[in-house]
Write a protein that binds this ligand. Structure first.
Ligand SMILES: NC(=O)c1ccc[n+]([C@@H]2O[C@H](COP(=O)([O-])OP(=O)(O)OC[C@H]3O[C@@H](n4cnc5c(N)ncnc54)[C@H](OP(=O)(O)O)[C@@H]3O)[C@@H](O)[C@H]2O)c1
Length: 352
């Protein structure tokens, strides 16, 4: 199963809106086939693993997710398994997709295949955290990312933020951009930094995320770089209902609240456009309203060994903040990883 999980990982960033899945076929103690879901719309892991595995009667099939039993862009894997008839299927976790959710296991058992569920289940759920959130709620998995100084600033009081963190952190951010469906920033970040928001990887092909910009005041300048890129991904602009943005490839008309555009409504609309993951890259006002709306699932804060200071310098999370410590947003499973001279703090938002 460890090998199957490692194979699944190879599909990261290329399978959306599908999960990453890996599969290994073992007969008489030897691996006779392996594969993974390489790209959305293409063969599932089981198909790739069983191809060339020969006679699998008596074999065990290790797969990181319950085999599917519904017709999607490719035929159900359960039908293939029933036809090839291995002795046993070991799945790391049940498929949370309501169209599957135990039905694949049931169908295999009815066909006389032994099915075991749960081997390395926690690892499998971590691998597919994006898919699980999306398929069970219709909302994207949201990561709040920023590069900040040790005193929590993401720019100086003049708005300068190039660069807070080091080269290694910035490379890692390009890797994450390559893996997510969309990247979201506030209009002030676009106006001040004029970023490209593309994924640029050293030496390997990359895939740009869809760029989404919040523009409640409709003052985004059409000259900004995000509207003139050589990129296969579009730039979408979120505006209030009835609003417009001529420079955008597409406009999302979103309801408003006291903070500007409703993050809940925006995420719902992104989900309905099959955006399964969103990387929020600031600035501070945008992070604040995402946290306040409860849409953030994970944080990735890169901390640089620098002090910026200044009460008017932008903090990682702006807004008006909470009054009582008891109301703080709590995080769990926090890890700290050195990245060059910086430290990456990753953690998950505790949901009520
Ligand atoms: N170090 C880093 O990781 C990093 C990353 C990004 C940015 N930055 C820095 O952060 C600074 C900008 O941050 P910022 O806090 O001033 O602005 P911001 O978050 O980039 O943009 C805020 C603007 O977005 C619009 N908006 C629309 N709906 C919103 C909503 N629901 N919540 C929040 N904003 C909404 C509002 O403008 P309208 O109402 O006019 O639309 C608001 O003024 C820049 O100096 C930039 O360099 C640093």
């Amino acid at each position: 199963m460890e090998r199957a999980l490692a194979l699944a990982e190879r599909g990261r960033g290329r399978t959306s809106p599908n999960p990453m899945v890996g599969c290994v076929v073992v007969r008489d103690g030897a691996v006779v086939g392996e594969g993974y879901h390489e790209c959305a719309g293409e063969a599932h892991a089981e198909v790739n693993a069983l191809r060339g595995a020969g006679d699998v009667s008596g074999a065990s099939v290790y797969v990181t997710l319950e085999p599917c039993c519904h017709e999607g862009k490719t035929p159900p894997c359960v039908d293939l398994l029933k036809e090839r008839k291995p002795a046993r299927v070991v799945a790391a976790m049940e498929d949370p997709n309501p169209q599957v959710s135990g039905q694949g296991i049931k169908a295999l058992r009815e066909a006389g295949v032994t099915v075991d569920i749960g081997l390395l289940g926690d690892e499998a759920r971590r691998l597919n955290e994006v898919f699980i959130k999306y398929v069970t709620t219709g909302m994207p998995f949201v990561i709040a990312k920023c590069g900040m100084s040790l005193d929590g600033k993401i720019a100086t009081h003049t708005g300068d933020s190039r660069w807070v963190t080091g080269e290694a952190s910035r490379q890692l951010v390009h890797q994450i951009r390559d893996e997510v469906d969309a990247i979201l920033v506030g209009s002030r970040t676009v106006m001040i930094d004029d970023p490209s928001l593309t994924a640029r990887l050293d030496g390997s092909p990359s895939q740009d995320p869809i760029r989404v910009i919040l523009d409640a005041g409709e003052y985004l300048d059409a000259d900004r770089r995000v509207f003139h890129l050589d990129s296969r991904a579009p730039t979408w602009v979120a505006v209030p209902k009835g609003g417009a943005c001529e420079a955008a490839d597409s406009v999302l008309q979103v309801s408003t609240n006291g903070d500007g555009l409703s993050m809940q409504d925006l995420m719902k609309q992104l989900g309905s456009r099959e955006v399964t993951s969103v990387l929020i890259e600031g600035g501070g006002a945008t992070h604040a309203s995402a946290f306040e709306a409860g849409v953030v699932d994970k944080v990735m804060f890169f901390i640089a060994p620098k002090i910026i200071g200044g009460r008017d310098a932008v903090s990682a999370v702006e807004g008006s903040g909470i009054e009582d410590m008891a109301d703080a947003i709590l995080l769990r499973d926090m890890t700290a990883t050195p990245v060059g001279h910086d430290i990456l703090i990753e953690a998950y938002v505790v949901k009520e």
